[in-house]
Design a protein around this ligand. Structure first.
Ligand SMILES: [Fe+2]
Length: 283
């Protein structure tokens, strides 16, 4: 079986066809898939039909599975598999409150954040509920040289929820919160696969810039975030039932959308792949 790769942009996002992900893949295909993920950062596989164990095996083509942090949103029989379901979402004034509704990279407060996250769509609303991605490698490349020099040695402490988070993250009990790690992360990272530098931002979790006046630190984060989330860096994925989409957390930020009818069911499985400690771009 040979893969067909259709890039969405020249080096950002690709649709991969010619592969049945419910079947085991040989080492050559696994290598190719990982090389494609390192290059394109978001891979889209259409028309898959994966049971939870098949989805786990499909994700394992990209590495070892990582435990879900929020245990209340997992499949009872397969606790490694998280689920994003309309039924679990609170509503405020008739509008859904969606987890992940501002651009972020997953679990950036872990010393080793997940290499990748993947979703498999089982039910999707007729409209809305897209997932947006921005290419934070290209966003870094396009920064003015002076700004690149200013930020290249900076770090930020990532915590469960920043004191200036633009959204409220899932509330945790004091015991659970005490178990959540914090991590000092470089503002500019180097991708372990492609070697490309990228911005590493997560406004929900970043507690300013290390060693910088808080107001100046948050202003710098806001400026970088505004630049990185420009639509010129965006791929907006419109879900179809059967899609499996995997993205590289060291190359993109992503966000969910709560813009669909709360009466329409949206249900996706979610898995994460273990990652390594981040490398600063200029180390
Ligand atoms: Fe997320």
């Amino acid at each position: 079986m040979s893969l067909t790769v259709t890039p969405i942009r020249p080096d950002f996002g690709a649709e991969v066809s010619g592969l049945d992900l419910s079947a085991p893949q040989n080492p050559d295909i696994k290598r190719e898939l990982n090389a494609l993920l390192a290059r394109y950062a978001v891979l889209v596989f259409r028309d898959q039909s994966l049971s939870p164990p098949q989805f786990m095996a499909a994700a394992e083509n990209f590495g070892e599975l990582m435990d879900q942090q929020l245990k209340k949103y997992v499949l009872p029989d397969y606790p490694m598999v998280g689920c994003n379901s309309t039924d679990d979402l609170p509503r405020k004034n008739g509008k859904l409150q969606v987890r992940g509704e501002n651009y972020h990279t997953d679990h950036s407060n872990e010393r080793c954040p997940p290499k990748a996250t993947t979703l498999h769509a089982l039910q999707v609303p007729p409209s809305g509920g897209d997932t947006q991605f921005v290419d934070v490698r290209q966003a870094y490349d396009d920064l003015p040289t002076t700004l690149k020099e200013k930020i290249r040695n900076l770090y930020s402490l990532h915590v469960h929820q920043s004191s200036r988070s633009p959204r409220e993250l899932t509330k945790l009990s004091p015991e659970d919160l005490a178990k959540i790690p914090t991590a000092l992360q470089p503002l500019v990272i180097k991708h372990p696969g492609s070697g490309r530098p990228a911005l590493y931002l997560n406004t929900g979790r970043m507690e300013g810039i290390d060693g910088m006046d808080p107001d100046q630190g948050y202003a710098l984060i806001e400026d970088l975030y505004r630049r990185a989330t420009h639509t010129r860096y965006e791929y907006r994925h419109k879900w179809r039932v059967g899609d499996m989409v995997i993205w590289d957390n060291q190359a993109v930020m992503h966000q969910a959308n709560a813009d669909y009818d709360p009466e329409q069911k949206r249900f996706l499985y979610r898995l994460m792949i273990k990652g390594v400690a981040l490398t600063p771009a200029l180390a």
